[in-house]
Write a protein of this length. Structure first.
Length: 518
């Protein structure tokens, strides 16, 4: 660790003050979310709802990789004589040329909507095949995960006579080597209304007669059926919504947001210790809170076995486990804000292919652009970072960025301190998307028809077919019961594959730890 020298660089100091509580929170919660999914419920009565879902599905179709690096975001600019679809990805897409793909989808869609009725079925099939082909790698990984979950369910858990029909039905989702990505997506889509989906759902929640491992595997199977089926559903929704927003396709172009440089990842130094971190997190006038922390520092360090809380934080910072990048939704937001671009229909909305992490959620909430808040899975990703400002404090945007990051840092600190003081119980694990946990009542009450969905993101990438059950024993703990209900908010007032760093799991001792009897 570097010697304990003063932190004199104001820009680096601002970033350190942000990353310290973020890493602390990550160590405390691991892969658990801070709360339930927060998602906007599609309401066709709201004029901008169709345009928003249209953009969400476009972003989803541009997300070709399972994981966070191809997360896509789209902002729609309205000009006097045309519309511009501004596209950003978390990372450079190399030779995939996602902007060209997006343009081809819009051109094909426009031709389809203008074609004679007799030609439309074939054009719809062609558009679906085009989109499936672009996401071929992602779909293969999703199918592999589904096949593995199904195989585990059939071999280990669905052995009773009463489970025979479900086990046989699930067998069609095993990968036998001859199923194409298009075939499996169509099969998953057709299965959404099957009675077996209801039986699978009932099996997921029958906690009295089934083990935690089995519950997770059944949920995992149901989740990936939803993921695969949504590749078809997204295209169907795109065609349906496209017919209602044809003006967007009259004259348009696709443009790529230049990939900005992200701030450098934080590093541990002589000030990176538990006492110093908490001292910087708690305001000087908050003596009551600080006294409790100071008195409990030895016990706090034991929240994490083996390395300790402080050692785990230092390890994340020292071992270069953080690889910062500017998330695509932040790229689009800043591009519109700095260039004073006009959102289409004055709807300050940015569509993204995956639900937002807490950093993006807070970034949008506090940004002076006052854009619509993002749907969020409420997980903590430490690879997140703001746009780097060359020259640091001397950059003309430093004051504005410092004000924004100060508000985000405050929210991160409060979440971290809430976990330390055990003001809320740890939230049960859930996938990044809504598919795995959406209950039947929620789906039935949705304003969408049977071919619609509000699910727009992907799942975590970290687990492998062989260690899934073991991982869940560590991070799931007990069955979640009904706590995984999604929070809904009506449009337009809305609130990555997981790309977060080291897989630090919440320790067993954390759940029962109290500070001063609390």
């Amino acid at each position: 660790m570097a010697p304990k020298t003063p932190r004199l660089d104001n820009y680096r100091k601002m970033l350190d003050r942000f990353y310290e509580p973020l890493v602390l929170l990550h160590v405390l919660v691991g892969k658990r979310p801070l709360g339930p999914h927060v998602m906007a419920k599609h309401n066709s009565a709201v004029p901008t709802a169709t345009q928003r879902r249209f953009l969400k599905n476009l972003a989803y179709l541009c997300d070709f990789h399972k994981g966070g690096r191809s997360t896509a975001s789209i902002g729609l600019e309205e000009r006097v004589d045309s519309f511009v679809f501004w596209l950003a990805l978390d990372e450079d897409d190399g030779n995939r040329n996602t902007a060209s793909f997006l343009n081809s989808v819009l051109v094909r869609l426009k031709d389809l909507l203008n074609a004679p009725a007799s030609d439309r079925p074939q054009r719809e099939r062609d558009l679906l095949g085009h989109c499936i082909s672009f996401a071929n790698g992602r779909i293969k990984k999703e199918f592999s995960n589904l096949s593995s979950a199904v195989r585990n369910c059939r071999e280990k858990y669905l052995r009773a006579e009463t489970d025979r029909a479900l086990a046989q039905w699930l067998g069609q989702f095993e990968n036998h080597g001859s199923t194409t990505p298009l075939d499996i997506c169509k099969l998953a889509y057709r299965s959404r209304d099957s009675n077996m989906i209801l039986q699978l759902y009932n099996s997921c929640i029958s906690s009295d007669n089934i083990s935690t491992d089995a519950t997770f595997m059944l949920r995992r199977a149901r989740h990936y059926m939803g993921r695969l089926g949504f590749h078809v559903q997204a295209v169907k929704e795109l065609i349906n919504d496209g017919g209602r927003v044809t003006n967007l396709l009259d004259t348009f172009c696709v443009a790529k947001v230049p990939l900005p440089e992200c701030v450098a990842p934080p590093q541990a130094d002589g000030h990176t210790n538990l006492r110093g971190i908490f001292r910087r997190m708690i305001q000087s006038h908050d003596t009551a809170r600080w006294d409790k922390i100071e008195e409990s520092l030895p016990n706090l360090d034991r929240l994490v076995p083996v390395d300790g809380l402080e050692g785990s934080i230092v390890s994340v910072l020292q071992e270069k486990k953080i690889h910062t990048r500017v998330h695509s939704e932040v790229q689009v937001l800043e591009h519109f804000y700095k260039n004073s671009l006009q959102f289409a229909a004055n709807d300050r909305f940015i569509a993204t292919s995956k639900l937002a992490c807490i950093c993006c959620k807070f970034y949008f909430r506090h940004h002076p652009a006052r854009v619509a808040e993002l749907d969020s899975h409420q997980k903590v990703y430490i690879n997140w970072g703001p746009i780097n400002l060359p020259g640091g404090r001397d950059h003309p945007d430093f004051v504005a960025q410092r004000q924004l990051m100060g508000k985000i840092t405050h929210d991160i600190r409060e979440d971290a301190l809430e976990k330390v003081f055990q003001l809320t119980s740890p939230w049960p694990f859930h996938h990044d998307s809504i598919t795995e946990i959406a209950n039947l009542e929620y789906e039935a009450n949705s304003d969408l028809d049977s071919t619609s969905s509000t699910t727009m993101d992907d799942t975590t990438e970290g687990s492998t077919p062989d260690n899934t059950a073991e991982m869940m024993r560590e991070i799931l703990g007990a069955k979640s019961g009904g706590q995984n209900e999604p929070h809904e908010i009506d449009q337009p007032d809305e609130s990555s594959d997981e790309d977060g760093g080291a897989p630090l799991e919440p320790p067993a001792v954390y759940k029962g730890f109290k500070i001063n009897g609390r």
